[in-house]
Design a protein around this ligand. Structure first.
Ligand SMILES: [Zn+2]
Length: 363
């Protein structure tokens, strides 16, 4: 792939050099035209020769610089040819974008993602993960067998991550390390774990290892619970729902439930402890995941300890509640002011009555 990919670079070098020669030739031509013009006007020949001697040297230097620059770019572009396919320590870019700089940045992002995730994994993957960059959205959809705004897909069995080039370009370069880290976890789970795990735990692990749990997520989860739109564990065990809003809930729940599982069973060793347990032949969590009663109890405990407290957060942070509280404060302030005014008026009335009686008494 790398060697074939270098052919255009050689052509590019030849093209650039030819362009430089053409530029040089055109300069010479224009110079000779200028000489012809001056000769035709009947001017003297001596100044012409002088002018040619003066202008030849910068043009020659310009040509040399162009060739040197092209040679330097050829050397830089030819690096993969000497090293074989585009690859890094842990990744193989089996299908790279045409932009060499982008290809290099994908590998850099992949290595950064690997460094970030591998600190929480018990042992490294022995073989390199393949990366496939597909530029065309339609081709990507055909390749993964479905449509939608999918940034990347992991094929654990073949240790491959397929990247949606068009979508990733639209999302911005900042998403690439996060996406690569997420998909790397999926490949790792498929490669290292002896038995498959539920989809919610697979996605939950990828999210726990690559994303932070935020206040926004807690509020969003609470909002879904208030409106009764949380999914059951059974609904997210074999696959996620297809509709957009349910998928968002499914991801939120997966991250929250996996965090809860880690807090409950691996509070000291954290995610690394959970993955190490799942990777062992006599995994305790794998046994629990097959126990229907335990799963029911786990879901119930998660509802009680995570979802219910966050409902309070949602109620406090929701806009309706804030406006309601503000309205109550305004009504209370208005009632208080009204009471004070009535008390003042009553006091004045008493004083007036007293002064009237006094006047009568004086008479
Ligand atoms: Zn995922």
């Amino acid at each position: 792939m790398g060697q074939v990919g270098n052919l255009p670079c050689c052509f590019g070098f030849l093209g650039d050099s030819l362009r430089s020669l053409a530029a040089f030739a055109s300069l010479r031509l224009s110079q000779s035209e200028w000489s012809f013009e001056t000769q035709r006007r009947g001017e003297r020949k001596v100044p012409q020769r002088k002018a040619r001697q003066v202008t030849n040297l910068p043009h020659f230097l310009f040509l040399c610089c162009c060739i040197l620059l092209n040679l330097a770019s050829l050397d830089w572009a030819a690096t993969p040819a000497t090293t074989g396919p585009l690859e890094s320590a842990h990744f193989l870019l089996e299908r790279a974008p045409e932009d060499r700089r982008l290809a290099a940045s994908i590998l850099r992002a992949a290595e950064a993602a690997h460094g970030r995730v591998s600190a929480h994994l018990p042992r490294p993957l022995e073989r390199k993960v393949r990366l496939t960059w597909i530029e065309e959205a339609n081709e990507f959809s055909r390749r993964i067998g479905r449509r939608g705004e999918v940034l990347a897909v992991a094929e654990g069995g073949t240790r491959r991550v397929i990247l949606n080039g068009a979508q990733l370009r639209r999302s911005g370069a900042g998403r690439l390390p996060e996406v690569l880290a997420h998909e790397y976890v999926h490949v790792y789970v498929d490669q290292v774990l002896p038995a498959p795990i539920p989809v919610w735990l697979n996605e939950g692990l990828a999210m726990v290892l690559t994303e932070r749990w935020s206040f926004d997520k807690a509020v969003s989860l609470a909002m879904h619970s208030v409106f009764g739109r949380l999914l059951t564990l059974e609904e997210i065990t074999n696959a996620f729902p297809r509709d957009r809003s349910s998928v968002q809930v499914a991801y939120l729940q997966s991250q929250s439930m996996t965090r809860f599982l880690i807090d409950q069973r691996f509070s000291i060793s954290g995610p690394k402890g959970l993955v190490a347990d799942l990777a062992s032949r006599d995994s305790l969590v794998q046994k629990l995941l097959r126990d229907r009663d335990w799963l029911e109890g786990f879901e119930k405990r998660w509802q009680e300890k995570v979802v219910r407290p966050t409902r309070f957060v949602f109620v406090l942070s929701s806009g309706t509640t804030l406006w309601g509280l503000l309205a109550l404060v305004v009504i209370w302030a208005w009632a208080k002011r009204r009471r004070q005014r009535r008390q003042t008026e009553a006091k004045w009335a008493m004083e007036e009555e007293f002064s009237y009686h006094s006047d009568e008494f004086d008479d």
